[in-house]
Every structure is written in structure tokens, then in C-alpha cells.
Design a binder for this molecule. Structure first.
Ligand code: FAD
Length: 589
């Protein structure tokens, strides 16, 4: 059984050598985030992931969570309660939360790197504090002082967890269809009544109290997404009374079996309004960026672990001889890593993982700059990058992370399909990340239908400016040409979109997914060229091994080998528009 080792070298390389992330310590509020401090936190995070989260991952999958219909309580698998306690006591729940309420106030970027390790080693466990983090963000930004004082310290310390209760049987993507009701009470509270489904961490035994953030409609509210308000509904009220917010059952699902996915019945449960009436969706949107980036990181984290397992396997599994003669003459066969087709699967994983990590951390760094940089212009530009990159990170990292994990499984033959190796679990666990927090199709629509249009089309202009700025720093002329050509392809597709979407919105709907993929591919190109640039300049400095630097340079070459063909494919798909898609009559399917 292969174990996960946090890829600290790769993480350090992106953080300190490529992004110069230690410069964040110059931003007011982030003074503590020096390189030494970040390295020390990552060392500790690696120990927590490797020694606390990893050992219970497979058992969690086998046991799953258990529901007791008598008590309506949920039990998590063996070891989860203890591991969660260690996680919370280590201060990991409040890493980037406000120090005013007990958080450590460290950069989002650092949290993203720690999240990657947690997702690699135990996605199910990572979901509980992950959802709390969403609740912490929403409360910090929108709640009254009373709610903040009462709930934030316990959520940030990890003593309590939080949930996000949006989905109902008749509404997932289209939240305008919500039926849960909120009735105002004389004391300023509300009685919440309705059923929510698929609520992560809705009920479990790891903490004493759970703070549910619930979307519901007030009497007379508009019958659309404009009539939704956000409420905080605790499992236990401040005086210890049990609030009637009960789990009605657990979902039986393909993966993340140790994450309790609950039906939640609110039966006149007491709740408090967060933010203003009918502004519930707006409140949710303000915390959407970090939540969606976090889901993207799930795809990356799982793929990283699968890569480590499949690479270890490919170096040890002996089958057939190399096409160019024995490489392991003392045995009857060579390790499968000698075969070009296995190489294809292993190198595709490497190229995806390291490029996607750079892209995600780059976006995470802009999230911090958008909040903390002293110069308003820098903050605004950074916010543009976060806005445009968020749906790309969520969608690309989970889609291609899933394909990457699948490559790991395939490269291991039948072993990959068995439970002797964890890859089959990683594949099952990772599938949901393409669906929740807005399906990847909806992310593409968010990019094309909203983000490209925001602020008079400023976001893509900022994106192109940033990409060109990074290209201007490259030394390798071939890489410059590659990146410029890919940016041109993207530009041409955007022009096609601009010319056609206004005539018929279905053209934009049809073009959305390949357009997002084209953005992702172009961003990956600039990330790879930049990493190769840094590796080329630093090679021989002893900070990393020669193999490390050579690996980066060769991976960049491998990326560019098919990048233009892929871009041409996506461009053709964008420009195909709705034509052949909408041509079918319903009975022709
Ligand atoms: C394990 C798990 C955990 C979850 N955790 C939570 C949670 O904690 N809290 C919570 O509130 N919810 C949670 N969910 C729900 C999740 O967020 C939804 O499943 C998701 O938003 C999609 O909604 P849906 O499943 O109803 O799909 P639907 O909305 O029915 O969509 C079905 C398909 O149609 C597509 N589609 C829908 N509308 C459009 C459109 N306008 N244009 C193009 N395509 C469209 C979708 O992309 C999708 O492919 C969870 C779900 C699961 C399975």
C-alpha cells in the first residue's frame, strides 16, 4: 500500500520561487505570513494529513456513516471523532479566519495549500471543516454582532461545525424554486419549516452543536431567486434547548461515504436572519469564490494522491520487457514505467497536477491581494482575476483531476480497480466535486454568461493583461510563441462568442463549456511556461535537485506538445455553437 507524502517541494516551488508568495507578508494584516512561518505551518499540516487524516480514510469508506432512525442521530466511522478533535485542536479550522473571533488570520493561499493536503488524505473528513468555513465566511460578512459573537468563536475553534442548507427535492441548480418557509416571530427570530436534502454534515457525532445556514422564503417574498433569505438555525439553542432541526436519513452514495450527507427536516425550528431580507443569495455569493476554489482543490488533492500511488506502482510492477531491450536484467520483466503507453498516463498526470497547482495557488494569491493589498488598483485587478478564475478553477481542477485520477487507475491495470489500492476510492470520492457547489456546466455558464460581461467586460481585459505581463518575463522564445498563439486562439473564440451570443442566447449556452476549457488550457500554458522559466534560471542553484528542475522543464515541453491541437478542438467546439446540438428534435434522441 502506497502512502501519501505531502508534495512539499512542489508546493514550496510554486509558492516561493514562482509566485513569491512571501510578499503577502507586506500586506497589512498578513505580517506573520513570512516564508519561515509558511514553511513551518506546511510542515505541521503535512504531519497532520499524513498521520491523522490518512490512516482512517479507507476504513471510513468501508464503514460509512450510520443513521439511527430512533434518535435521528448520525455516527461517523471509527476514528473520525478523535481525528476531528486533533484537527480542531491543531487550530486548522480557523487558519484563515478573523483573529477577532479566535482565528489565525493567515492568508487564504496558505489555507488552500493545507486544504490540498487534507483532500489528498481524507476528503470525507475535510468536508466537515470545509462546510464550517463557508458558514464562518457568511457570518463574518453578513451577520449581526450578536450572531457573530455567539457563533463565530465556536465555529472557528472547531468546537461546532456549520452547514449550508440550500438544496431541496425540487430544487438544486434553480434555487428560485425553494419552498422552505420562514415565519417572523415577535421576539425577532423566525420559525423555519421545510425539508432540505443532501446536506453535508447536517448531523454527526463529532461536535456538540451544528450551525445550519438555511435558505428560506419569508411570507409574501417574490416567487423567484429574488425572494430568498438566509437564516442561522442551530441544532441547540443558547439555553441548550434542542431545536427541531432533525436529520431524516442519510444518502447512500458513490463516494465520500464518511461524509454524512443528510436529509434535514426543519419543523418550526428557531432561526435568525443573516443579512437583509430577500438578500440570501447575494450573501451566499459573497462567500462563493473561496468555497468554489476549495472544491477545485478537492479535484487536485485527490489526483495528487492517485499520482503518487500509481507512480510508485509503475516503478515496482514488473511486466514485459522494454521495447528497446531489458532495463532490469536481473528479473524476468521490466517495471511497467519503461513502456511508452504507461509513461503517457503517468506524464499526463504530472503535467496536469503541477500546472493546475500553480494555477490554483496563483488564483489564491490574488484572492489575498484582492482583500489585503494597500493599493486599491491592485486590489481591484486582483479581484477581477479571482472572479474570472473561480469557475475555471472549480470546473477544470475537478474535471481534469477526475480524468487524472482515472489515468492513475488505468495505469495500474486490475490492481487499480481493487480495494487493495486506494485509487478506486479516490475516483469515487472525486466524482461529486464535479457536481456540488454548482455543477461544472453551471460554472461554465457563470463564466460566459456573467463573468465575461461584468464591469463592462473588464475581467477578460484584466486577464489578458496579466497573461501578457507573465509572458513578457519569459526567456524561452518558443514558450513565448506558444503562449501568444494560445491567447490568440482564445481571443478569436471570444470574438465569435461576442458576435453570436447577442443574437441567440443558446449560442452562449452551447459554447460555455469549451470556452471554459480554452481559458483553462491558456492559463495552464502560461503557468507551465512560467514554471519552466523559473526552473531554467534556478537550475544548478542547489535549492532543489537537478532532477526536480529537469522534470519541470520536460513537463513543460510535454504540455506544449498537444496544447495547440487541444485549443483548436475547443475553438471548433465553441464555434460549432448550438447548431448540431439543438438540431435534434426530442424524439430523435
Ligand atoms: C454528496 C453531496 C453533497 C452535497 N452537499 C450539499 C450541501 O451541503 N448543501 C446543499 O445545499 N446542497 C448540497 N448538495 C447538492 C448539490 O449542490 C446539487 O446536487 C447541485 O447543486 C446540483 O443540483 P441537482 O443535483 O439538483 O441537479 P439539477 O439542478 O437537477 O441539474 C441536473 C443537470 O442539469 C444541468 N442544468 C440544470 N440547470 C441548467 C441550466 N440552467 N443550464 C444548463 N444546465 C443545467 C446541471 O448542470 C446538471 O447536469 C450535495 C449533493 C451531493 C450529491
Amino acid at each position: 500500500m502506497a502512502n501519501y507524502n505531502a508534495p512539499l517541494n512542489d508546493m514550496h516551488f510554486v509558492l516561493f520561487d514562482v509566485l513569491k508568495a512571501h510578499s503577502l507578508s507586506e500586506c497589512p494584516g498578513y505580517e506573520d505570513a513570512t516564508e519561515d512561518m509558511v514553511r513551518a505551518v506546511l510542515d505541521e499540516a503535512a504531519k497532520m494529513a499524513e498521520n491523522v487524516l490518512q490512516p482512517i480514510n479507507q476504513q471510513g469508506d468501508i464503514e460509512g456513516c450510520q443513521y439511527d432512525p430512533e434518535t435521528k442521530l448520525v455516527t461517523t466511522p471509527t476514528g473520525f471523532k478523535e481525528a476531528y478533535k486533533q484537527f480542531a485542536q491543531g487550530g486548522w479550522s480557523g487558519l484563515s479566519a478573523s483573529p477577532e473571533y479566535g482565528g489565525q488570520g493567515l492568508p487564504h493561499l496558505l489555507k488552500i495549500v493545507v486544504d490540498e493536503m487534507a483532500c489528498s488524505t481524507n476528503l470525507s473528513m475535510g468536508m466537515y471543516p470545509g462546510l464550517s468555513h463557508g458558514a464562518i465566511d457568511a457570518l463574518t460578512l453578513h451577520a449581526s454582532d450578536f450572531l457573530k459573537d455567539t457563533y463565530l468563536p465556536k465555529l472557528i475553534s472547531g468546537e461546532w461545525t456549520g452547514t449550508m442548507c440550500l438544496t431541496e427535492p425540487q430544487c438544486g441548480t434553480d434555487l428560485g424554486l425553494i419552498r422552505t418557509k420562514a415565519d417572523p416571530q415577535a421576539d425577532g427570530s423566525y420559525h423555519i419549516t421545510g425539508t432540505k436534502i443532501w446536506i453535508t454534515g447536517g448531523e454527526h457525532d463529532m461536535v456538540d452543536n451544528i450551525a445550519h445556514l438555511v435558505l428560506a422564503k419569508l411570507p409574501g417574498a417574490p416567487d423567484s431567486s429574488k425572494g430568498i433569505s438566509l437564516f442561522l438555525v442551530p441544532k441547540f439553542l443558547e439555553d441548550g434547548t434542542r431545536n427541531p432541526a432533525f436529520c431524516g436519513g442519510l444518502e447512500h452514495k458513490m463516494g465520500i461515504k464518511a461524509s454524512a450527507t443528510c436529509v434535514m427536516n426543519f419543523e418550526n425550528a428557531k432561526g435568525w436572519l443573516i443579512g437583509e431580507e430577500n438578500q440570501g443569495l447575494k450573501c451566499m455569493f459573497t462567500m462563493m469564490n473561496s468555497a468554489r476554489i476549495m472544491v477545485g482543490i478537492q479535484g487536485l488533492g485527490l489526483a495528487e494522491k492517485a499520482y503518487q500511488i500509481s507512480l510508485g506502482f509503475a516503478k515496482e510492477r514488473l511486466q514485459s520487457r522494454s521495447l528497446t531491450g531489458p532495463k532490469n536484467p536481473e528479473d524476468k520483466a521490466d517495471p511497467i514505467l519503461v513502456h511508452p503507453d504507461v509513461r503517457r498516463m503517468i506524464s499526463q498526470q504530472k503535467v496536469f497536477l503541477e500546472g493546475a497547482r500553480c494555477m490554483a495557488y496563483w488564483t489564491g494569491m490574488h484572492l489575498d491581494l484582492s482583500e489585503k493589498h494597500p493599493d486599491e488598483k491592485v486590489r481591484e485587478e486582483a479581484d477581477d482575476i479571482v472572479q474570472i478564475m473561480t469557475p475555471i478553477i472549480k470546473s477544470y481542477l475537478t474535471d481534469d483531476g477526475y480524468f487524472s485520477t482515472d489515468q492513475a487507475l488505468q495505469s495500474m491495470g486490475g490492481s487499480g480497480f481493487t480495494q487493495d489500492w486506494e485509487v478506486e476510492q479516490l475516483l469515487r470520492d472525486g466524482r461529486i466535486a464535479r457536481i456540488y457547489e454548482g455543477t461544472n456546466g453551471i460554472q461554465a455558464l457563470d463564466l460566459v454568461g456573467r463573468k465575461l460581461m461584468l464591469k463592462g467586460g473588464r475581467l477578460p481585459r484584466t486577464y489578458f493583461a496579466k497573461m501578457n505581463q507573465m509572458i513578457a518575463e519569459l526567456h524561452n522564445e518558443d514558450h513565448v510563441k506558444h503562449c501568444k498563439a494560445l491567447l490568440s486562439t482564445l481571443q478569436e473564440s471570444l470574438m465569435w462568442l461576442a458576435a453570436h451570443a447577442s443574437k441567440n442566447p443558446e449560442e452562449a449556452g452551447a459554447a460555455a463549456t469549451p470556452m471554459l476549457k480554452l481559458f483553462a488550457l491558456t492559463s495552464m500554458a502560461v503557468m507551465w511556461a512560467t514554471m519552466a522559466n523559473v526552473a531554467g534560471s534556478k537550475k544548478g542553484d542547489g535549492a532543489y535537485t537537478e532532477a526536480f528542475y529537469d522534470g519541470k522543464l520536460k513537463a513543460a515541453d510535454h504540455f506544449f506538445r498537444v496544447a495547440h491541437a487541444q485549443a483548436a478542438f475547443f475553438k471548433a467546439d465553441v464555434e460549432g455553437g448550438k447548431s448540431t446540438l439543438m438540431a435534434f428534435a426530442e424524439d430523435e434522441f
